[in-house]
Design a protein around this ligand. Structure first.
Ligand code: MG
Length: 384
């Protein structure tokens, strides 16, 4: 078997490290060609020494010397800067680009990789939220496959195996409800970042954990699903499923529903994105019915968790509105983590930005970039 050569963008984050865990278990199948990180120098160097990529990129240029010096004995090429992250995706020797970057930063390298005809395994939902239309159009034009890593979208993708010619009636994205499920607004106005960072089922990075607590994560996933599976907003439902065993469902036109299940562990959807259409053996813990005598479901509380409502609204409006939603959210999440705003101000400020920033119905790539910059600047002023 020919080894699949991977470029892992964002290798030191939660998804990046778990991707490398999958690679470590299957040295016969994968080879690491490129690793990139923004500023986690120590971790990047450790990873490079273990996985011996050809090229390493450190996003923050001030760390270039340190990384280059330490990797010199290993004959690993080192580059720096965000432009270099984009350029390495075009390398001849890459078979699959894993986009494990967080936020708007994922967009440009993803477009570059698609432009170069590289298949993509994508964990970066913000890329679809910001510019889903541009990304999917370019992928179609270049006949590039995009494999979802997000667990819900991987679930839908797995349910669709063998069904791609059958129209989807609806999909249900499941949501755990996060740490504040069942709480009211008064409670939410007092929560601390420590409480918000304690997710009941999933172990994830900071940004997505706060997004899960506010339910913005599900909102972003609704928009991501629209573009990945070509659906209308009304075909995408959210259902709260606190046990996180069913990772999402597809309902077909005959009324039949397919669900994908398993213990919540990101290594599974990551591995499927790397091995599709095959399934490799894994030694992850298996589901045991005795541990879950019932699985429960409830409607999301759209009054309390307004971020989800705002995401649906942005999706329906279209244009650059999801881009505004995303940029404002990235800033307010950061401000909340710095104790500068209350948890309940997260949707309040996002909503203000959605009203304030100029709406563009048919944005170009540059419009998205400008919308992102402008929204960040104004949100910063409010949430500083
Ligand atoms: Mg998810």
């Amino acid at each position: 078997m020919q080894k699949k050569r991977l470029a892992i963008l964002g290798s030191t984050g939660s998804i990046g490290t778990q991707t490398l865990e999958v690679v470590r278990k299957h040295p016969e199948a994968f080879e690491v060609e490129v690793l990139t990180a923004q500023s986690s120098v120590k971790k990047l160097i450790e990873q490079a020494i273990e996985f011996k990529p050809n090229v390493v990129v450190i996003g923050n240029e001030k760390y270039y010397r340190e990384v280059a010096d330490q990797l010199e004995p290993y004959h690993i090429k080192v580059y720096a800067g965000s432009e270099a992250i984009c350029q390495v995706t075009e390398m001849e020797t890459i078979d699959l680009v894993v986009v494990a970057l967080v936020g708007f930063a994922g967009l440009k390298p993803t477009l570059k990789a698609i432009e170069a005809g590289k298949p993509i395994a994508i964990a970066n939902k913000e890329t679809f939220v910001v510019a889903g239309e541009i990304v999917t159009n370019l992928a179609r034009e270049k006949a590039v496959n995009i494999y979802p890593v997000d667990s819900e979208h991987s679930a839908i993708f797995q349910c669709l195996a063998g069904e791609f010619h059958n129209p989807i009636e609806l999909i249900y994205l499941t949501a755990s409800g996060g740490p504040f499920r069942g709480k009211d607004k008064t409670f939410l106005s007092t929560v601390t970042k420590e409480q918000a960072l304690k997710h009941p089922n999933w172990s994830m990075g900071c940004k997505v954990t706060i997004d899960s607590a506010s339910m913005m994560n599900k909102g972003l996933e609704v928009i991501e699903a629209k573009w990945l599976f070509g659906l209308k907003p009304e075909q995408i439902k959210v259902v709260i499923h606190p046990e996180s065993i069913i990772h999402s469902l597809v309902q077909f036109e005959d009324g039949s529903m397919k669900a994908q299940m398993g213990l919540p562990d990101m290594r599974l959807p990551i591995q499927y994105a790397l091995t599709y259409p095959n399934r490799f053996r894994s030694d992850l813990p298996r589901f045991n019915f005795a541990d879950y005598t019932k699985l429960t479901f409830e409607e999301p509380d759209l009054e309390t968790f307004r971020s989800l409502t705002l995401a649906y609204e942005a999706l329906r409006i279209g244009g650059n509105m999801p881009c505004i939603l995303n940029a404002a959210n990235e800033i307010v999440v950061h401000s909340f983590l710095k104790d500068r705003i209350r948890f309940t101000e997260i949707p309040d400020i996002i909503e203000k930005m959605m009203q304030k920033i100029s709406f563009i119905p048919n944005p170009t790539y540059d419009d998205y970039v400008n919308t992102d910059i402008e929204t960040r600047r104004l949100t910063q002023e409010l949430a500083g």
